[in-house]
Design a protein around this ligand. Structure first.
Ligand SMILES: [Zn+2]
Length: 332
């Protein structure tokens, strides 16, 4: 099943934030799928479980949540920090306040709606084997603060909520976004029930830019770092890494796949440029993941994560067409 509603799209440009996420990449994918599968509908937002403060505080520190839900100024500081909108000289960066049409509270509410979608989509996957939410994947959010354009960690909040509700005991987070997944390893570092995997650029953000804002290297259960020029080894090393994870912690109750499209060679984010997979290699990556989990009967829930510029939507679409041909997305 596909989970999507346009009200969950972040539309950074309406807040004056200048990040090259094309505002309509998710709606592009959804429209193209709806053309093929006319029964696909927007997710009914009223049917979603609301994410409570208790849900958030299973993952994030009370102090961080206090500031996010505190005064307008405290919230603004947390958002400036997360999206790196102020540079070390105190000047605005990738942010033009003149273009800000919406309040930061609306951004927070939309992000929480995304968490609800990741949660609903994962619940569906747990019952039915597969789901894809066209949003979410805020994989740099740490327990104590938002980082790298990710304010709260939707995957971690979902998994801890599902555990608290007695729906799952164990899970994997498999992160194939080009940037190393570091939020989940930080959050779950003392929790052996959730295993984390990341395949990413060996160098580059968030690993070595050397400023105080940037996080340190936080090990996942299994990490695979791909160096510049090693694109042709990507698939084989992905497979070897997942086999290692499978050997160390087999049969999780659920996997959440952080399905970033930014390893794609036509991705437009400068900090994503050290891995450059072709469109075909991207499809092979996603088909491999799908079959790896399916053959082991592991329910799989996908979130979009990073994918920048005019072409990234095609990567999501080609994978979902493949899944549709195999499952027809079963009507709800
Ligand atoms: Zn990324």
């Amino acid at each position: 099943m596909i989970f999507y509603h346009p009200d969950c799209d972040l539309r950074f440009s309406e807040y004056g934030i200048e990040i090259p996420i094309v505002d309509d990449r998710a709606s592009h994918v959804f429209s193209a799928l709806q053309f093929l599968y006319p029964f696909l509908q927007y997710t009914n937002l009223k049917s979603l479980d609301k994410i409570s403060r208790a849900d958030l505080e299973r993952v994030h520190t009370k102090d961080f949540m206090h500031r996010l839900f505190g005064t307008a100024l405290e919230r603004q500081e947390e958002i400036y920090r997360c999206y790196e909108l102020v540079n070390s000289d105190g000047q605005f960066e990738r942010f033009n306040p003149k273009n800000q049409k919406r309040d930061w509270k609306e951004l927070l509410d939309t992000i929480l709606l995304q968490v609800s979608m990741t949660n609903a989509s994962s619940m569906y996957a747990l019952k039915n084997g597969f789901s894809y939410y066209l949003g979410g994947g805020m994989h740099h959010a740490m327990s104590f603060a938002g980082r790298g354009f990710c304010l709260v960690n939707d995957m971690a909040i979902t998994l801890r909520k599902m555990q608290a509700d007695g729906l799952i005991k164990t899970a994997w987070i498999v992160d194939v976004d080009v940037h190393k997944g570091d939020g989940a390893p930080e959050i779950f570092k003392n929790d052996s029930s959730i295993k984390t995997f990341s395949i990413h650029m060996k160098e580059g953000w968030p690993l070595n830019s050397g400023t105080v804002r940037d996080p340190w290297f936080i090990p996942s259960t299994v990490d695979v770092g791909i160096d510049v020029g090693e694109d042709d080894q990507y698939l084989a090393r992905l497979e070897a890494g997942l086999l290692e994870l499978d050997e160390s912690a087999p049969n999780p109750d659920l996997v959440i796949v952080v399905n970033g499209a930014d390893p794609y060679e036509l991705d437009e984010l400068p900090s994503a440029s050290f891995i450059n997979l072709t469109k075909e290699q991207m499809l092979n990556r996603d088909k491999f993941l799908y079959q790896f989990f399916k053959s082991r009967n592991i329910p799989q829930s996908y979130v979009m994560a990073g994918g920048y510029g005019e072409k990234s939507w095609e990567i999501y679409l080609q994978f979902l067409k493949f899944v549709g041909e195999n499952t027809s997305f079963q009507k709800k």
